[in-house]
Design a protein around this ligand. Structure first.
Ligand SMILES: [Ca+2]
Length: 197
């Protein structure tokens, strides 16, 4: 993927049944009545057109995307995004670090889809490309983000993030959500207790 363009994500939702009026209905051959009763067809319709809250040329929003199994949470990677913010919901208007990368989380509520978080690496670096890949748990409460061009020589889990001595060695970051709050190093116990009550 070499083109540098502003991306977008389309969300499609399947609706069972073919009886609702809509595009393509008029003039289409009538289906046998018996068949339409016993075997409703599925139809796809667009549920959302999703853009970054801080779109920029070349940010490649949508390079990666993941939907939770329950269909209620969407994570979108924008690996060429240029913000230097760290962690969750930092300054989205900063554009001082090229290709540091960002991830955006959206949730589906009664009023449709809305953005829940703007997520950056805890140690953003130029060309780390955080958001190159994203993955969500089934309930959407755990998010994994890859940054294959991250440069630390740390080993294993929770090593020295400030190290920058091993070019493009890569890293993966895990984030967790308690209720509507995303945490970069585990949500506080208090927040977790509240979400379970
Ligand atoms: Ca790098």
């Amino acid at each position: 993927m070499t083109s540098r363009s502003v991306g977008a994500v389309l969300l499609l939702a399947a609706a069972a049944g073919a009886t609702a009026g809509g595009q393509g209905q008029r003039g289409a051959p009538a289906a046998p009545a018996a068949a339409s009763k016993t075997r409703p067809t599925s139809r796809w319709k667009q549920a959302a057109y999703v853009k970054a809250s801080n779109p920029r040329a070349g940010a490649q929003f949508g390079f990666s995307a993941a939907l939770s199994a329950d269909g209620s949470t969407l994570a979108v990677g924008s690996p060429m995004e240029e913000g230097a913010a760290t962690g969750v919901n930092g300054n989205q208007d900063d554009h001082s670090m090229f290709s540091a990368g960002a991830v955006y989380v959206y949730v589906r509520g009664s009023g449709g889809w809305s953005q829940q978080a703007y997520i950056k690496a805890s140690n953003p670096g130029p060309d780390d490309q955080f958001g190159f890949g994203v993955s969500l748990s089934a309930d959407g409460n755990t998010l994994a983000v890859s940054a294959p061009y991250e440069d630390s020589a740390a080993t294993g889990i929770n090593g020295d993030q400030a190290d920058n001595s091993m070019a493009n060695s890569g890293a993966v970051y895990l984030f967790s959500r308690s209720e509507t709050t995303w945490c970069s190093s585990g949500c506080p116990k208090k927040a977790i207790r509240r979400s379970r009550s």
